[in-house]
Design a protein around this ligand. Structure first.
Ligand code: GDP
Length: 524
């Protein structure tokens, strides 16, 4: 197959949701279609159950599973589909944000009864920032839910995106009869006892009395609602969808495998093939002949007996070939990747080649960090992997003086993996760990002990935000750092960070130093 065709047939996307909306169930059903798995139940939920926050076995279990399900590839109808999994637990949301930098589009799953939930909103904010096209799947229609028009309003308001239903439900809960697919004008009837055996019934003209034969009295309501849909929502426009301005909406029930194939078929037709990526130096198009890619995730120590890591590389341009010499831009070293892996049809395999849109797993013993660029020669640096200001901060102290080397190494590697962020106080030299959730501190402590044989202790630190600072005027910057020297720190890359105690103090500093820019993400 030609290089360009390989790119065009790729669909690399992420499925996101608030926990419990049905992300795992939908992922599994999609994999069933792709023949990637044969039986339901093969995909384990990668979420950490509520109340299990200190159950480290659970954390370990989840890490083991999440590597297997990090990227799932399969062939379907001539397309190469790559699904990127994201952790559901909000303490790992930074991991999710980074994964979203490697996808070309997103499917957002919403629980019909619960509507838009807090995590959904946050994830949508990330998609909006990056202008990622999103499709909404309204799930659990077999369960009682509210009015669908009200739900559409809620999605528009809370997710701040224009919606366009491409299918429409006939009732919900015990009265759920099925969906009318506006996209390809057909009716699909729901039968909870038979999964997906019902044929699609073509309905070019829904005014036909045949509709009554299938859904009885609900036919008239459906006609009225569809008329309203046509009247209220703009025509589906794929340009607007691709620009991230319009979200097509589908309804279904992932559990009953209902509406999933419709979603998949429409998705493959309208979703984007690999898009250009942005390096600091220039835009990189997927169809360029030179190979380039970046590391968006590192998964460490899958097997505790081997101190191994897997760096997940998203291919941005050109063709990747096994054993070819590539350049690791940050170190300037040459790398030869001899056993790149991909998860195809749930099997981990060595791949000989890979194309833009694909993700390969690269075995690594500490050379890669998140954000690294690899190319076949050109000096470019991909951007778009921001670090957000953490929300919780603790001093980290060595609890076993005999193991200080191990501790330093462990901290270093865990930070490379993106488990949390490290800052070093310029005032007292102490190390500060910043996270978005309490669970991360527990993971760090546990992993330092089990993987690096080091013990640590956390000490409380009341801190509001870490702000990366810069100024066009070096004098102002020096003045600021002098005045705030007790609160100045360096991040892992040596950049200046102001650690604000409270929003009040931050506000004061901002008012006083107009010449300083305060950033709440590290990429600017
Ligand atoms: P995740 O946290 O978003 O990955 O959610 P899961 O896929 O694990 O689903 C959470 C729960 O909702 C599980 O008990 C599923 O069986 C259930 N569930 C998922 N989809 C549906 C659906 O369409 N209908 C019903 N009734 N339950 C569903």
């Amino acid at each position: 197959m030609k290089f360009l065709d390989e790119i065009k047939r790729r669909r690399t996307f992420g499925i996101v949701s608030h926990p419990d909306a049905g992300k795992t169930t939908l992922t599994e059903k999609l994999l069933l279609f792709g023949g990637a798995i044969r039986v339901a139940g093969a995909v384990k939920s990668n979420k950490i159950k509520k109340g299990a926050t200190s159950d480290f076995m659970e954390i370990e279990r989840q890490r083991g599973i999440s590597v297997a399900t990090s990227v799932m590839g399969f062939e379907y109808d001539g397309y190469k589909v790559n699904i990127l999994d994201t952790p559901g637990h909000q303490d790992f949301q930074e991991d999710t944000f980074r994964t979203l930098t490697a996808v070309d589009s997103v499917i957002i799953v919403i629980d019909a009864a619960k509507g838009v939930e807090p995590q959904t909103e946050k994830l949508m904010n990330v998609c909006r920032m990056r202008k990622t096209p999103v499709i909404v799947f309204v799930n659990k229609m077999d369960r009682p839910a509210g009015d669908s028009f009200t739900l559409m309003d809620e999605i528009e308001e809370q997710l701040k995106i224009q919606v366009r239903p491409l299918s429409w439900p006939i009732n919900n809960g015990p009265d759920f009869k099925g969906v009318y697919n506006i996209f390809n004008r057909s009716l699909k009837l729901f039968n909870p006892n038979i999964q997906e055996i019902e044929e699609r019934i073509k309905f070019e003209d829904i005014s036909s009395p045949d509709l009554e034969d299938h859904i009885g009295d609900d036919a008239e309501t459906l006609r009225e609602e569809l008329e309203l849909v046509e009247g209220v929502y703009p025509e589906f426009n794929s340009e607007e969808y691709l620009a991230g301005d319009l979200a097509p909406v589908f309804f279904g029930s992932a559990l009953y495998n209902f509406g999933v194939q419709e979603l998949l078929d429409a998705f493959l037709q309208i979703a984007p093939s690999p898009k250009p990526s942005f390096a600091e130096e220039r835009e990189v198009k997927p169809d360029e002949s030179g190979f380039s890619g970046f590391v968006f995730k590192i998964h460490a120590n899958i097997d505790p007996n081997h101190r191994s890591r897997i760096a997940f590389v998203k291919i941005c341009s050109g063709k990747f070939e096994r054993n070819k010499m590539y350049k690791h831009i940050r170190s300037g070293k040459t790398v030869r990747i001899s056993s790149p892996t991909a998860f195809m049809a749930s099997q981990k395999e060595i791949v000989e080649e890979a194309f833009p849109g694909d993700i390969i797993g690269v075995p690594d013993n500490g050379n890669f960090i998140i954000g690294d660029t690899i190319t076949d020669n050109e000096e470019i640096h991909f951007k778009g992997l921001p670090s957000f200001s953490p929300e919780l901060f603790r001093y980290i102290e060595n609890a076993d003086p005999m193991k200080s080397k191990q501790l330093a190494k462990g901290i270093d590697q865990l930070m490379d993996e993106g488990v949390a962020q490290l800052f070093t106080s310029q005032f007292n030299g102490r190390k500060i760990i910043g996270t978005v959730g309490q669970l991360q501190f527990e993971v760090i402590q546990y992993r330092l002990e089990h993987e690096y044989n080091a013990k640590c202790r956390f000490e409380p630190l009341s801190m509001y935000k870490a702000c990366w600072i810069e100024s066009d005027d070096p004098k102002i910057l020096t003045e600021f750092k002098k005045r705030k020297h007790q609160k100045m720190a360096k991040d892992k890359l040596g950049r200046d960070v102001f650690m604000a105690d409270s929003s009040f103090i931050l506000q004061m500093a901002q008012d006083e130093f107009k010449g300083i820019k305060f950033h709440f993400t590290s990429e600017f």
